[in-house]
Design a protein around this ligand. Sequence first.
Ligand SMILES: Cc1cc2nc3c(=O)[nH]c(=O)nc-3n(C[C@H](O)[C@H](O)[C@H](O)COP(=O)(O)O)c2cc1C
Length: 186
Amino acid sequence: MSVEGEIMNVLEAINGRRSIRAFKSQNVSAEIIEKLISAARWAPSAGNIQPWEFIIVRKPEIKRRLAEAALGETFIEEASAVIVVCANENRSFEGYGMRGKTLYCIQDTAAAIQNIHLVAYSLGLGTCWIGAFKEEEAREILNIPHGVRPVAIVPVGYPAESPSPPSRRPINQIVHYETFEVETFP
Ligand SMILES: Cc1cc2nc3c(=O)[nH]c(=O)nc-3n(C[C@H](O)[C@H](O)[C@H](O)COP(=O)(O)O)c2cc1C
């Protein structure tokens, strides 16, 4: 957690952030949500098209329906706010055709989502990136128009758990030198 008045080191945030799936009932202020969105919009995007859209959900009934759409992940309902991050496929298509629609807008949105996670963590909040949800159901609940795709449901709240870090693949298994080889380290 950040110490008041000190800015958390970026590596500390990257390494310390965890997916949080239990939240306290404490309210997350509108100012804090604004900080998260502000961080999101400074993410890089292909051609600076910024194809992201953010739906902030506070109403318990909408959170409940989103939790249902997310295959019963009920901790979504516990979160003070839920940010549904969408990719505006139309904007990216206009700039880059099918590559923009199918790839860039997802990459751009993912970068924005990661910024939300890191800044939330640096402010002492917990978040979880939820990708497993029935897209059509989420679309209907939130009135998302055609050409805009919901990419992630991100519950935001004060954490009520402190999970230990899940393991990561070791560097020597994921780095390839010069060409892609199965045996990576000489
Ligand atoms: C694209 C994506 C989709 C995910 N979907 C879910 C999900 O539907 N439900 C969930 O509980 N966690 C989900 N997660 C969180 C991952 O389970 C989590 O990031 C991973 O286990 C590593 O744990 P950590 O975030 O604490 O480092 C998702 C993460 C990503 C990046």
